[in-house]
Design a protein around this ligand. Structure first.
Ligand code: 0A1
Ligand code: ZN
Length: 881
């Protein structure tokens, strides 16, 4: 909690530190009611730095940062030292030499740390989270990523309660102490910033495996969990070995320590953390077994294990100079994990999933009050900038570079980047420069993707000249204003294009015979002409979503139906269906607004029927094509959001499709309802996804027989994917069989109440349900014994689930917003990061219809007027109003 108003910091003010830390030796003495942290730092002056406040003998003052620490003693060069000041979270030391050893002893209280930053306890074990600025809650330090130091860590603790003591690097010594205590010393030979420090102490079990690297070194791999979860580690271990191999093959990157460890903890603010040699994971992102985890979770575990592992090079060996460069490591690493997942599973499905996230969450962020470039110019609280923009848009920017350079030159660029900057803390500019130097391509204009926020819009028109046999596309780009950026310069946008003739065949676009071409759009308005075109073609624009932009082209519904059937680009084929569904739902919402009813356009119903009955379609593609745009994505695309109408229209469309194709859907469900041993492989996942999509349609019809299918699937399921899908279908079928809903929910609780991650799902499906997730029910869930108000996962399940519930959260009396506001204000005192994140839905108030808009604004005003807000919540609320 800050006393004064939090202040913004600016990228333009970056200055190198006045001192470096060569060696960091830490000792942690862990006790039940406190922890003593002894830090011995070998510090030397940064001679390149001429600035900085000068001390008596002309050396700059050393300013170390610390948060909530009780300073016990200070020594310099082994002698007690008193010429220091502790002021507003800083330890300022005067009268220094060019190099010296600083020893501090601090006392901290991990048991009382509810923020889950720094050192804290989760289910009785000690663990840490230091990114971005958590290390300052452990000891006084130069807690900034450009200060890279060699660490040793000695941990002492009670041997019975904490038999396992872990930190970064290799363990070099262990032994017994008095009073039933023991110690272990760890040494990390690689220099690292403090945000990559980690410590774990607990009563943990582990699974072990080995990996031989490409140069023949043996690496020990260990995954640690509490004993009762030890049988849920296999999938993460397999994923880890696949990741290690993939990074060698695709990027030539080898692992560099003798041991790589992952620890699963239940209380964690984010997904996972890439601490050097000791990744700490939210247990929901590492544990998986067929009985407890859905396909989605299996895939998430694989992706996050890979993401954290890939950080060992893109993040750890080469790190960020300052937090404005966050996307340097995150955008690049998300691009790497996304390509890995595409290689391991279905590339087409992965692309659709990624674009769905981008177009719903990131486009919404870019259009909202927190919009920022992937390299922000300023921030108040860095924790607020672990965003879909930094991560997912950042990955799209790297993907575009990959597209512009081609795979081979991109690899040369990444090799050069890693070679040039190994062991350094660098900037986004260094990354782009390496790509340019290795490829000879000029990325000058492309760099605007790093500095300009907002989602560019492409307005595209075309004309066909019968006499000249020429087809012309006119592309105009613009980008809406975002906070602090009124005018935007044109972007370099790679637009992948194909042209279809009346038979749906691809036209040849250039001399090289290609049917698919990338247009490098660079001007505000550009015309692209294609010669020797015999008839007016239909354009397939932005294939595979070649740039993170919105495309406006006036497709008729017939055009979209045609693309759905004929486009050779699977992504655009899927996208045509989404556009069609979107336009139909939009039209219905507009009618509802005017108090009219509108029946569902037959063309959409027929198009979905064609997909259902198309036996040539790949099952994974079919499942994607049958998925209607989510309510969140419909809201994002709408000019003004009418939450009740969006919900109603989408339901109506779903039901109309289901009723029209009931027999085919049921037959398809039957044909896929076969029992076989669970495998998290792409083909099997596609079958289950399609089967469960059918079930979801079928149960949207108010028909007991269809509900019976869901009930049958629920009880007969041999894996969590099928059981959970059946549960969701029963619940979403609505209140017409409340007894069945209660029965199935109770059964599920009985079966899985001991598994906290399964209980998260049980909570969230209820909170997000339009019929079940009423405010009253949310309150009951929060009283339930499986709920835990100190667990971010539980809060996300219930409060996050509720805030995504179009129908209930946006209830017209505003009580949904009031409730969330009360919860946030309470939470802000304990865990500001989570409070701030859960506020996101309210920040989108400007896009809503006038009633909701006003009520959401009032809720935000109340937050803003509350004294003692954290800097996290303060930043988001002030920027939102
Ligand atoms: N670097 C991690 C994400 C992460 C960020 C902040 C955290 O605590 C506030 C925790 C994790 C990643 O990209 O996986
Ligand atoms: Zn990351």
């Amino acid at each position: 909690m800050k006393d004064s108003q939090p202040k913004a910091i600016y990228l333009k003010d970056y200055q190198a530190p006045d001192y470096w830390i060569d060696q960091t030796n830490l000792t942690f003495d862990l006790y039940e009611d406190h922890t003593m942290v002894t830090s011995v730092l070998s510090i030397y002056r940064n001679l390149d730095n001429k600035s900085g406040k000068q001390g008596e003998d002309n050396l700059p003052e050393l300013v170390l940062v610390g948060d909530d620490l009780e300073l016990i003693s200070v020594e310099i060069d082994d002698k007690p030292f008193s010429d220091f000041k502790v002021e507003g979270g800083f330890l300022k030391i005067l009268s220094l030499k060019e190099s010296f050893t600083l020893k501090t002893v601090c006392r901290i209280n991990p048991q009382e740390n509810t923020s889950l930053e720094g050192l804290y306890k989760s289910n009785g074990m000690f663990c840490t989270q230091c990114e971005a600025e958590g290390f300052r809650k452990i000891t006084y330090y130069l807690d900034r990523p450009d200060v890279m130091s060699r660490f040793t860590t000695r941990i002492t603790a009670d041997k019975t309660a904490y038999p396992v003591l872990l930190s970064n690097g290799n363990d070099i010594e262990r032994g017994e102490l008095d009073d039933g205590r023991h110690y272990v010393t760890w040494e990390d030979p690689f220099k690292k910033p403090s945000y990559l420090f980690a410590l774990v102490a607990g009563d943990l079990q582990h699974v072990e495996d080995h990996f031989t690297t490409m140069s023949g070194r043996e690496v020990t791999l260990r995954i640690f969990t509490e004993a009762h979860n030890i049988d849920q580690c296999d999938h993460a271990m397999i994923s880890l070995k696949k990741s290690m191999k993939w990074d060698e093959e695709v990027y030539g990157r080898e692992y560099d320590l003798d041991i790589f460890m992952i620890v699963a903890v239940d209380h964690f603010n984010m997904g996972a953390m890439e601490n050097k040699g000791l990744n700490i994971f939210n247990s929901a992102c590492v544990l998986a077994s067929p009985e407890t985890a859905t396909d989605a979770r299996f895939q998430r575990v694989e992706a996050i294990v890979a993401h954290e592992y890939f950080h060992n090079w893109s993040g750890n060996r080469v790190t960020c100079r300052d937090w404005f460069q966050l996307s340097l490591k995150e955008g690049f690493t998300v691009f790497r994990d996304s390509e890995f997942s595409a290689d391991m599973n279905s590339r087409g499905v992965k692309r659709i999933e990624d674009v769905n996230v981008l177009r719903t969450a990131q486009f919404a962020e870019d259009a909202g009050p927190m919009a920022h470039p992937i390299r922000p110019e300023s921030f108040i609280e860095i924790s607020n900038f672990y965003t879909v923009t930094i991560y997912e848009k950042g990955a799209e920017v790297v993907r575009m570079i990959h597209g512009i350079l081609g795979a081979e030159a991109f690899r040369k660029g990444s090799d050069l980047y890693f070679e040039r900057h190994d062991g350094q803390a660098v900037t986004c500019e260094d990354f782009v420069k390496a790509m340019e130097d290795a490829s000879g391509r000029d990325l000058t204009q492309f760099r605007r993707w790093y500095s300009q926020a907002g989602t560019p819009v492409l307005n595209i028109t075309d004309e066909y000249n019968e006499d000249k046999k020429q087809y012309k596309l006119t592309i105009e780009q613009s980008c809406p204003a975002t906070p602090g950026q009124k005018e935007k310069e044109p972007f370099h946008i790679p637009v992948r294009l194909g042209l279809l003739d009346a038979e749906g065949d691809e036209l040849v676009l250039n001399e090289s015979g290609a049917t698919d071409q990338v247009l490098d759009v660079k001007q505000e308005k550009e015309v692209f002409a294609f010669d020797n075109i015999e008839e007016r073609p239909l354009p397939s624009i932005l294939r595979s979503f070649s740039a993170p932009v919105r495309v406006k082209y006036d497709y008729s519904r017939e055009d979209l139906l045609f693309l759905m059937e004929h486009d050779s680009d699977h992504f655009n084929r899927w996208d045509a269906g989404q556009r069609l569904a979107n336009s139909v739902i939009d039209e219905m919402v507009a009618a509802f607004e005017q108090g009219r009813e509108l029946s569902v356009d037959r063309s959409l119903i027929e198009a979905f029927g064609t997909v259902i009955n198309d036996e040539s379609l790949d099952l994974a593609v079919k499942a994607e094509m049958l998925s209607l745009p989510s309510e969140a994505s419909l809201a994002e695309q709408a000019v003004e959001v009418y939450p009740q109408f969006i919900h109603q229209a989408r339901q109506q469309v779903k039901k109309a499709i289901a009723e029209a194709h009931k027999d085919s859907l049921e037959a398809l469900w039957q044909s896929l309802n076969v029992h076989k041993p669970y495998r998290p492989e792409a083909e099997d996942i596609a079958e289950r996804t399609l089967k469960n999509t059918c079930l979801s349609y079928l149960t949207s019809i108010e028909d007991k027989a269809m509900l019976a299918l869901a009930e049958q699937q629920y009880h007969g399921a041999s894996n969590m994917t099928d059981r959970f899908a059946a549960l969701v279908s029963v619940i979403n079928a609505g209140n017409h069989d409340r007894e069945l809903i209660d029965e199935v929910l109770a059964d599920f609780l009985e079966l899985y109440h001991q598994d906290t991650n399964v209980m998260d799902q049980w909570l969230s499906v209820q909170a997000a349900s339009p019929s079940l997730g009423t405010l009253e029910h949310i309150l009951t869930l929060m009283q339930h014994e499986v709920f835990d108000e100190t667990s971010p996962n539980k809060l996300r399940s219930v409060l996050g689930g509720f805030a995504g519930n179009m129908k209930q959260f946006h209830r017209t009396d505003g009580l949904g917003y009031e409730f969330l506001t009360d919860q946030l204000l309470d939470l802000d005192k304990k865990n500001p990061q989570i409070a701030s994140r859960l506020m996101t839905p309210l920040t989108r108030w400007r896009k809503f219809e006038p009633g909701c808009r006003e009520r959401m604004r009032k809720a935000l005003e109340r937050i803003k007027a509350t004294p003692g807000l954290s800097s996290d919540v303060y930043e988001v609320v002030t920027k939102s109003l």
